[in-house]
Design a protein around this ligand. Structure first.
Ligand SMILES: *[C@@H]1O[C@H](CO)[C@@H](O)[C@H](O)[C@H]1NC(C)=O
Ligand SMILES: *[C@@H]1O[C@H](CO)[C@@H](O)[C@H](O)[C@H]1NC(C)=O
Ligand SMILES: *[C@@H]1O[C@H](CO)[C@@H](O)[C@H](O)[C@H]1NC(C)=O
Ligand SMILES: *[C@@H]1O[C@H](CO)[C@@H](O)[C@H](O)[C@H]1NC(C)=O
Ligand SMILES: *[C@@H]1O[C@H](CO)[C@@H](O)[C@H](O)[C@H]1NC(C)=O
Ligand SMILES: *[C@@H]1O[C@H](CO)[C@@H](O)[C@H](O)[C@H]1NC(C)=O
Ligand SMILES: *[C@@H]1O[C@H](CO)[C@@H](O)[C@H](O)[C@H]1NC(C)=O
Length: 525
């Protein structure tokens, strides 16, 4: 899910997209309507496009449209609509929901219709911020020609700095003022608007409707933004894999990796516990001895990279230093149940001097996924982040170099691969949100229904629930014993029961509940 260019999208990575990739959506054919007008689509779903004002406070600037995909609750009559956001920013809620109805209904139950509300600027919703046109071809050519961002020495950083500035300047020349309205507060307003149109379509009063949300990762930023702006309109909110909203709006996106090393250390611990089921395990291995071998390997790769040249194993000759391995670690901690076993295999082979697995399409490290990641909306993602942050990050080379050092200290394994060009990409973007779509401070608020914050006991990519919960009166934190970016990485009857009870009755589990799970990254076959 992560591009070679290190565009970091943090989300339910890799869980669903591959299943949805082959569905060629033709949202163009869905009528755009001021009212909510759902039509059947994709076998079991209904689709709509709602017309929304670019700025609810200034109708004269015009309209855009928001794509909606609804999966009707298996148990009707439904208790309501639950909006789903899978993260990013940049992930398409629509594409993700197409592939995730099974896991989501196991987690959230079958009483709510699940609605993917496509965020502005992303995939099927307007306004488009595709700086290289609607076909991906030119954009891909651009990304390939500009190459991966370099950070190792000052000349490389200087080039990255200039290149990212050029990106912003180009987009600023190409796009129209509608790009101002691609931001998170605008999506929150669209969610509210949706709930009002829904009530209206059901003949209910619409000025006091509540919104329900399951948001993962960046979806928690969206949820908290909504709760800041419309606390009395918060219905049932499950915010899973919790991002630091202050870091998003006012900081430098540096608070994600607080548990980055813990997440990788879990590879060593669980590998030692799994024994021979883990490819890295050797007779008598302990977590410490495995860690030492991997640490030594990372150091060795810097001075002595390994190439792979067997045409039966790689498409092209490749040379692997420590960076692809660090990226593979970063990608694996999204979902260790799925990725730790293949990662251990990759590392074991690398230890034996075999780097081939980094050059094949199946690799989970750097490279293989760059194109599919591009297909998810990196432009919508960049604009959302940049407009939300409003250049509060200074965007100088010096600030970026500081941040690079900071990230490396925070997460010794993959902080370096997280510190990336994202923040610099904002530097020359001339667009800014209208006053009605700015978050200028985060306050303590009391929501109509208390929020349920959730995560795994280890989440190497965002774990700010204890900092966020006190901002939302009455909210509670519930964790489950697993490693990964969001609850879907493991199954737990306790988690499912608590979430479904909250959705159905509003009853929250006790604060700091910790649920057991089936988490087992090296399962017995
Ligand atoms: C994608 O869809 C096409 C047309 O429906 C089908 O022929 C093809 O097998 C599908 N590919 C995958 C990988 O599912
Ligand atoms: C639609 O539902 C049917 C029956 O439950 C199922 O077999 C099929 O896979 C579903 N299709 C999609 C696209 O989810
Ligand atoms: C909603 O609208 C009704 C009728 O227009 C009005 O009486 C009521 O005060 C409104 N409620 C809110 C919360 O604005
Ligand atoms: C593992 O080490 C022990 C003690 O050194 C030895 O008895 C055993 O045969 C070894 N097992 C394997 C599979 O090498
Ligand atoms: C090297 O790794 C590749 C990819 O995992 C594997 O297919 C191949 O068999 C390995 N080669 C050797 C000589 O072990
Ligand atoms: C980035 O964030 C870190 C942690 O909040 C802070 O220590 C640092 O001063 C920030 N740097 C810049 C340039 O904003
Ligand atoms: C949890 O387990 C209990 C007992 O086996 C079962 O009755 C219940 O339906 C399960 N809950 C969920 C949400 O699966």
């Amino acid at each position: 899910m992560i591009a070679r260019s290190s565009v970091v999208l943090f989300a339910l990575a890799a869980l669903a997209l591959s299943q949805a990739d082959n569905t060629s959506l033709t949202f163009d054919q869905i009528p755009i309507s001021k009212d909510l007008h759902y039509v059947p689509c994709f076998q079991n779903f209904t689709c709509a496009r709602m017309e929304v004002p670019l700025d609810y406070k200034d109708p004269k600037v015009g309209n855009t449209h928001v794509a909606l995909l609804k999966w009707p609750a298996p148990k009707q009559p439904a208790l309501g609509d639950l909006i789903f956001n899978p993260g990013g920013p940049g992930y398409s809620a629509v594409d993700e929901l197409l592939g995730l109805t099974g896991p989501l209904s196991r987690l959230l139950g079958e009483r709510y219709n699940i609605v993917a509300l496509e965020p502005r600027g992303i995939q099927y919703s307007g306004p488009s911020v595709h700086c290289f046109g609607e076909s991906d071809e030119l954009g891909l050519t651009y990304l390939t020609s500009r190459g991966p961002a370099g950070w190792t020495d000052h000349p490389q950083r200087a080039k990255t700095f200039e290149t990212t500035g050029a990106f912003g300047s180009w987009c600023s020349n190409v796009l129209s003022e509608t790009a101002n309205y691609v931001n998170t507060p605008a999506v929150a307003a669209d969610m509210l608007h949706y709930s009002e149109l829904l009530a209206k379509s059901q003949g209910k009063p619409c000025n006091d409707t509540k919104v329900n949300l399951y948001g993962n990762s960046y979806g928690t930023t969206l949820g908290m933004t909504f709760a800041q702006l419309y606390p009395d309109r918060v219905g049932h909110f499950i915010l899973d894999a919790v991002v630091d909203i202050e870091d998003h709006y006012f900081g430098n996106w540096s608070q994600n990796l607080l548990q980055g090393d813990e997440a990788v250390n879990d590879l060593f611990t669980s590998c030692a516990a799994a024994g021979p089921r883990c490819a890295l395990y050797q007779n008598g291995s302990t977590a410490e001895s495995i860690k030492k071998r991997v640490d030594d390997l990372l150091l060795r790769l810097v001075d002595a990279p390994i190439s792979a040249t067997n045409p039966k194993e790689v498409l092209l000759p490749i040379t692997v230093d420590d960076k692809p391995l660090r990226s593979a670690m970063r990608n694996a901690v999204y979902n260790p149940s799925a990725y730790f076993a293949p990662l251990a295999q990759q590392i074991a082979e690398l230890e034996r001097g075999n780097a081939s697995s980094f050059g094949t399409p199946i690799n989970i490290g750097e490279g293989g996924d760059s194109e599919s990641s591009f297909a998810t909306d990196i432009y919508g993602g960049i604009f959302t982040r940049c407009l939300d942050n409003q250049k509060r990050f200074p965007g100088t080379l010096e600030a970026m170099e500081d941040l690079f050092v900071y990230n490396k200290q925070l997460s010794t394994y993959f902080g370096e691969s997280w510190a990336n060009e994202n923040l610099l990409e904002c530097r020359n973007i001339r667009f800014t949100p209208p006053v009605s779509q700015r978050i200028d401070k985060i306050s303590k608020v009391k929501t109509n229904t208390p929020i349920l914050f959730t995560d795994n006991t280890i989440d190497g990519l965002s774990s700010s629930y204890h900092k966020m919960s006190p901002l939302f009166e009455g909210s509670v934190v519930m964790l489950q014993k697993a490693n990964g970016h969001g609850l879907l990485v493991a199954r737990s009857n306790c988690t499912e029961t608590n979430l479904q009870q909250y959705l159905e009755t509003g009853k929250l589990p006790p604060h700091n509940t910790i649920c057991d799970t089936d988490y087992q990254p090296f399962p017995e076959v």
